[in-house]
Design a protein around this ligand. Structure first.
Ligand SMILES: [Mn+2]
Length: 357
């Protein structure tokens, strides 16, 4: 698809670098395309996305952390996760990265002059294409789902704001097909209406996506533990369903799954999108993230829950977000970043496996 050649770039290249950071991209290109020469890799990448098979899931990197707010650094998430993925364990097509201008978030926040300047910078000329990461992502995803309605896409973030275009395009593509829901793993609810006046960011995306759902009940959040309000408030005042982290840890994975199953069956859900914020996991397993939290889920339990879902539901879209590989927390000695990237790659592979038909 011609338009994708313009909006996307090869895996790991979505973070714009001239010199500093270039070595990171070269390492990934070597792993993926057996060459670190960007022009040779580009040809191989273009060939691989020419007519991608919908029999395997696709990866789309959205290396934007401009919607984050406490510790940034999730812009390197897509590259670091891919570096730790075992290429032999899953079959997938990597569509590459959305081109990211790191100072932008969504085109609705920009004036015309800025849009024109950025179009020239990104595309070499003024055109009608979007320029901000969330806007480009929605355009890319809409085009993909229009041309390949049965494609299954794993989005790699980026901060959690990238789930907004990922879920929105997925919902549009599913309209009038099946009864769908979002299963959202996170330490935080992300249910603010606005944060400092901004309606699209890591703390607001889940609230803003509610209006695209046929019912607020179709958002189920799992792993919540860091919230200014209690569960009753979110369930009664906002209308979503939540299983908090301490409940999930006490129930264990099988019982938690039975509760998820019962809940979704009661409201006739057939098809699911999984949004996985790495901070749903306990800080021991996920220290390389913007807002790590203690008292979280453990990876094997998530693997059981997500694995079981496939028995009862179609899982047709997913994302893994908030992996910030080079973020160093103050008491960094407590946690091992490299192992937290290994865990992130395992979650990515788990999501790829449940997206596989
Ligand atoms: Mn989140």
């Amino acid at each position: 698809m011609k338009i994708l050649d313009q909006l996307l770039t090869l895996p790991g290249d979505g973070v714009y670098t001239i010199h500093t950071g270039k070595d990171k991209r070269e390492r990934l290109l070597k792993k993926y395309y057996q060459t670190s020469k960007i022009e040779d890799a580009r040809l191989k990448w273009l060939e691989s996305i020419k007519n991608p098979s919908t029999k395997v899931p696709w990866i789309l990197g959205i290396p934007s952390d401009n919607g984050g707010g406490i510790h940034r650094g999730a812009n390197w998430g897509p590259l670091a996760i891919r570096e730790h993925i075992h290429l032999s364990q899953n079959h997938f097509v990597d569509l590459g990265d959305v081109k990211v201008i790191p100072h932008l978030l969504h085109d609705k926040y920009l004036n015309e002059k800025t849009i024109t300047d950025c179009q020239k910078a990104l595309y070499g000329k003024k055109n009608k294409l979007p320029v901000s990461p969330l806007s480009i992502s929605e355009k890319v995803l809409d085009e993909l789902y229009r041309k390949y309605p049965d494609s299954r896409i794993l989005g790699l973030g980026g901060d959690h704001s990238v789930s907004y275009p990922l879920v929105r395009s997925w919902l549009k593509s599913r309209k009038n097909l099946r009864n769908v829901a979002i299963l959202h793993f996170d330490a935080h609810t992300d249910l603010l209406e606005k944060r400092l006046g901004i309606d699209l960011c890591f703390g607001t995306w889940a609230y803003q996506i509610l209006e695209d759902l046929s019912s607020r009940k179709h958002l189920l959040q799992v792993g919540i533990r860091s919230s200014g309000k209690n569960r009753k408030y979110w369930q009664n005042e906002i209308g979503v369903e939540q299983f908090w982290a301490n409940d999930v840890v006490n129930w264990g994975p099988e019982k938690t799954y039975q509760k998820i199953l019962r809940y979704f069956k009661k409201i006739n859900i057939e098809e699911i999108y999984i949004s996985f914020d790495i901070d749903a996991l306990d800080i021991k397993y996920a220290s390389a993230t913007g807002t790590p939290e203690t008292g979280g889920l453990i990876p094997p339990d998530c693997a059981v829950i997500i694995g079981l879902l496939k028995n009862n539901f179609i899982i047709s879209g997913a994302d893994l977000v908030e992996v910030a590989p080079y973020v160093l927390q103050e008491n960094v000695k407590l946690w091992d970043h490299e192992s937290s990237l290994t865990v992130a790659a395992q979650i990515a592979q788990l999501l790829l496996s449940v997206l596989t038909k």
